[in-house]
Ligand binder design. Structure first.
Ligand code: NAD
Length: 419
């Protein structure tokens, strides 16, 4: 038992043990690799619109400081707890190492149900959370980014709050900002665009013709909507989409740009159509070529995994597949090509890294440059994962994580143990 124990942290620990066994890592080295370096818990009091005061619990976990500053998103959701945040921070470390970024993993979050607070209260909460974190973050220490429930506006409030305390504008303290406040072109689209790009690469490998292929997307926020948009641009028909309010299914293909406009105006896909509704429970198991889970962790358990009817499983969300489901998918490797989360959604942190670099240099790139470099990094990591899976005869997730863990382990070993 640790302070982090819970279903999501246990899942990250379980996955790490699979890798550690595969890499033959001695027991006394494992804890040093797995356990987070720092965890911060804060109380964030805010004035409510009715004059009362509410206190929200916030967290930030910095997994490892070996590779450079830590980097990771901030999640505002009712599910958030210290264990979930720690697991997400650990996955960020393996992800950054896999794609070759000079960061350790971090993650943060506030336990809040966004449907119960106003825009003014959200601003107060965002600013108070950042203010509480000031002693622990910095452009060379820990750089935040968006995740579930946070967006460019929240990042702008974080950046402004930090800057007010420094007496100067420090854009490089967060990534995922609006472009006119020091953000980069291509960050908003980066994660979903990367998911679509990698799914497209796998379709080439499997010789699936995109113009005859279909896609299904669970979650229609930042990642899911841009993944759907990217896949539709490659010629696929997006036949079903779900979010926390329900699901839509149209075998002829949904109009994704129209759905994106609707979701950005109304906050969800609810009300888009009266005729196209389907059971959200069934979305994951619809027959399709590309399935993109882009909502929460642990939505694909062993039961769902055994019923999946996709050819490519492109994990847009972090941790959507449980270790028990992984065992099922391992047996179904010839039917379902898995693009594991730490590779599949890494376009987000890759372009966040570009944003940080541009802010530090105050030299901004064209969107074509951002996309070209993003795809170059994704291509390299994809080929690396495939080669490793083939050489070691291991599943794609094990291969991707083994590459990440190995790099961190090598860095720790050459730096040594202080003092
Ligand atoms: P978001 O808040 O923009 O969107 C989340 C979406 O999931 C919403 O459409 C919401 O309605 C939907 N959802 C929530 N519960 C659901 C349920 N039970 N069934 C179906 N849909 C549900 O969040 P996001 O930034 O798109 O993040 C989604 C996932 O991608 C998370 O796992 C996040 O950690 C991961 N991720 C995000 C980024 C990024 O750049 N934003 C990068 C890497 C990974």
């Amino acid at each position: 038992m640790t302070v982090y124990s819970g279903p999501v942290f246990d899942m990250a620990a379980n996955q790490f043990n699979v890798i550690a066994n595969h890499l033959d890592i001695p027991t006394d080295e494992r804890e040093r690799l797995l356990m987070p370096k720092r965890a911060i818990t804060v109380s964030c009091p805010i004035h409510r619109d009715d004059g009362s005061v509410s206190v929200f619990e916030g967290y930030r976990v910095q997994h490892l400081l070996t590779m450079g500053p830590t980097k990771g998103g901030t999640r505002f959701a009712p599910s958030v707890d210290i264990g979930e945040v720690a697991a997400l921070a650990i996955w960020m470390s393996w992800k950054c190492a896999l794609v070759g970024l000079p960061y350790g993993g971090a993650k943060g979050g506030v336990n809040v149900d966004l449907s119960t607070i106003s825009k003014r209260e959200l601003e107060a909460l965002s600013r108070r959370y950042m203010q509480e974190m000031i002693p622990f973050v910095g452009p060379r220490t820990d750089v935040m980014a968006p995740d579930m429930g946070t967006n460019e506006q929240v990042m702008a409030w974080f950046m402004d709050t930090y800057s007010m305390y420094q007496g100067q504008t420090v854009t490089e303290i967060v990534t995922g900002k609006p472009v006119f406040s020091g953000g980069t072109l291509g960050r908003r689209e980066a994660t979903g665009r990367g998911v679509a790009y990698l799914a497209r690469r796998v379709m080439d490998v499997l010789q699936i013709n995109p113009s005859r292929a279909t896609a299904v997307i669970q979650g229609f926020g930042n990642v899911g909507s841009y993944a759907a948009f990217g896949l539709q641009n490659y010629g696929l028909k997006v036949i079903a989409v779900s979010d926390h309010t329900g699901a839509l299914h149209d075998p002829k293909g949904l109009d994704i740009p129209a759905l994106m406009r609707h979701a950005s105006e109304h906050g969800s896909i609810a009300g888009f159509s009266n005729e196209l509704h389907c059971d959200p429970e069934e979305v994951l198991t619809l027959p399709c070529d590309v399935l993109v889970p882009a909502a929460m962790e642990r939505t694909i358990d062993a039961r769902v995994a055994s019923k999946l009817r996709c050819r490519v499983l492109a994990e847009g969300a972090n941790g959507p597949t449980t270790p028990e489901a992984d065992l099922v998918l391992e047996k179904r490797q010839d039917e379902i090509f898995l693009i594991p989360d730490i590779l599949c959604n890494s376009g987000g942190v890759v372009v966040s890294y570009f944003e940080w670099v541009q802010d530090l240099q105050q030299l901004f790139w064209e969107e074509e440059e951002v996309m070209r470099r993003e795809y170059q990094i994704l291509d390299r990591a994809f080929e690396h994962m495939l080669a490793r899976a083939k050489a070691d005869r291991i599943p794609h997730r094990t291969a991707a994580m083994a590459i990440g863990v190995e790099k961190v382990r090598a860095a720790k070993s050459t730096r040594g143990l202080f003092p």
